[in-house]
Unconditional design. Structure first.
Length: 259
């Protein structure tokens, strides 16, 4: 398997800010709607945005039909089962290895997927915002997204040039789980996940800078503290099918309203 192609195929896409960024990092009143309209959905799901390192566990079937796995950060692969790759960055691989090993027997037991990617935020430890979650440098992780591919689709994608795979990814074609499917997966696998803070009627979701900042302030305290309870980074607002997703961060709105 071409690891460069797998890395590109499974990178997590960037998430737009809810309001567009303007000069000096300040937000404008204009919403970021390049990919569609968040407010056309029935409901908007609001999750805590955990401040750490983006991480992924990539499960796949190898040439012997055995379940194999890779662990990566947002940009690169850090570990392959059996120590075929070794990169200590952020202690991500060392921390997530026991999780991956525990899931080996479960991951494809009830379906015929050829690849499943479990995205998590690795936080605490030595990450820059660790003080909001831990006083003892404890490391944790929270699942926030998952997608799977059947064998035929995986083979089709891996046959493409790497730039075409990146194009497929950047156009939002990774088939992420719906809210219900994601919840079913994390519960069956007994995995901690980013907490759902609120479910809002899309028609009532705030649109102005002032109203959005007021809405955000209800979620100022983190819900995922391990041995400390500090400030949340913000929230992620998304539709049930995850086709639309935006980040709403305290630092962006605080910077915008700072005199």
């Amino acid at each position: 398997m071409d690891l460069k192609k797998i890395n590109s195929l499974t990178k997590y896409p960037s998430i737009l800010t809810y309001h567009k960024l303007g000069e000096k990092g300040r937000l404008t009143e204009e919403l970021s709607e390049e990919c569609g309209y968040l407010h056309e959905a029935d409901s908007i799901y609001v999750y805590e945005k955990v401040d750490g390192e983006n991480a992924r566990i990539i499960f796949f079937q190898n040439e012997n039909k055995e379940v194999d796995y890779l662990i990566g950060s947002r940009e690169e692969l850090l570990y392959a089962k059996g120590d075929r790759i070794g990169n200590p960055y952020g202690n991500i691989a060392e921390f997530l290895k026991p999780v991956a090993e525990r899931l080996l027997g479960l991951i494809f037991s009830q379906n015929d997927w050829a690849l499943t990617v479990v995205y998590q935020e690795s936080y605490g430890g030595k990450t820059k915002a660790a003080k909001h979650y831990t006083e003892s440098k404890t490391q944790g992780s929270r699942v926030f997204d998952i997608f799977s591919l059947p064998k035929e689709e995986l083979e089709r994608l891996l046959a493409l040039p790497q730039e075409k795979i990146a194009e497929w990814r950047d156009h939002g074609n990774q088939p992420f789980y719906t809210e219900n499917d994601k919840l079913a997966f994390v519960q069956a696998a007994e995995l901690p996940y980013a907490p759902l803070l609120s479910q809002e009627a899309a028609a009532n979701f705030p649109t102005t800078l002032e109203d959005t900042f007021a809405f955000l302030q209800a979620f100022e305290q983190t819900m995922v503290g391990m041995d400390a309870v500090g400030k949340s980074e913000g929230v992620i607002a998304r539709t049930a099918d995850r086709k639309q997703i935006r980040k709403i961060r305290f630092e962006d709105y605080e910077r915008t309203f700072r005199k």
